[in-house]
Design a protein around this ligand. Structure first.
Ligand SMILES: [Zn+2]
Length: 273
């Protein structure tokens, strides 16, 4: 979505570039790229065929729209500094990055073609650089159903982010969702028994703002079954567990206020009431 304007060597976004400022070059391979803008498509730059460069491949139209929307919503916000799209950090290039409340944050819009291995590696890399990462799949209607079968990366995110997946809705609005285990009855030879289903019960938290309602957290490495979470720096929401019963919730609140950094008193009071 960004390219280098040869005229002055500056990085420009496809949404702001003008055709008469050509040529534009790919930040990855330096080949000349074409500005695609107009009509119904989200503005972007495209390689000329045959395409051998991996920079920006695999981005869907939906993914591009989401990136622009987040970028444009963050940019004018008073609590946000240095907002940039596709910042080149060498090994990683976050979709959108910024200082949010003075916390360095990388936002990665989850494209469906990313493997767990890549998500894990990038999460590790951000932690190494002291950047807090927020992985954001895009909200979809099927999450409103009673049962939902999370994809492998959603299960991974659910473990990484302490039992929540954050879905991007619009602008800065994020929908946190918890997936509760679901048992199905299976007919056995002698008697019926219950077994953990691949499908889960999605339980919505309060919709929240990417700027006001998130905070930085560090977590230790952890592994179970096929899920391996590296030591990570994560950007997570401040809500106590809306899916836990009251006793667990107060334990969670104590634990998180110690572990995740203190909440503001105003917030704690509102939650307690
Ligand atoms: Zn390229």
């Amino acid at each position: 979505m960004t390219a280098i304007r040869q005229l002055d060597g500056r990085k420009v976004g496809a949404w702001e570039a003008e055709r008469d400022e050509r040529p534009f070059c790919c930040p990855g391979c330096s080949e000349v790229v074409t500005l695609r803008r107009g009509g119904l498509i989200a503005p972007h730059f495209a390689h000329k065929p045959p395409v051998t460069c991996e920079y920006g491949t695999g981005e869907s139209e939906e993914h591009r729209r989401c990136k622009i929307a987040i970028y444009e919503a963050l940019l004018p916000h008073t609590l946000v500094r240095k907002c940039e799209m596709e910042r080149d950090l060498g090994a990683v290039r976050p979709d959108v990055s910024a200082y949010i409340n003075n916390v360095p944050v990388a936002i990665e819009v989850q494209a469906s073609n990313l493997t767990l291995e890549k998500i894990r590696r990038r999460t590790e890399e951000y932690a190494r650089r002291g950047i807090y990462v927020l992985w954001l799949p895009i909200y979809k209607e099927s999450l409103k159903a009673e049962l939902y079968a999370p994809r492998p990366f959603e299960r991974w995110l659910h473990e990484a982010y302490f039992g929540r997946v954050y879905y991007w809705v619009e602008g800065l609005r994020i929908q946190p969702v918890h997936f509760r285990d679901y048992l199905t009855r299976v007919r056995g030879r002698t008697k019926d028994y219950e077994k953990l289903s691949n499908r889960k019960v999605p339980i919505d938290g309060e919709p929240c703002s990417l700027v006001e309602d998130f905070m930085p957290v560090e977590r230790d490495a952890w592994a179970r079954d096929f899920i391996r979470i590296p030591q990570a720096k994560l950007f997570i929401d401040k809500q106590p567990g809306w899916y836990e019963d009251a006793a667990l919730r107060s334990l969670h609140a104590r634990r998180t206020s110690a572990q995740r950094g203190a909440w503001s008193p105003a917030r704690r009071q509102r939650r307690a009431g």
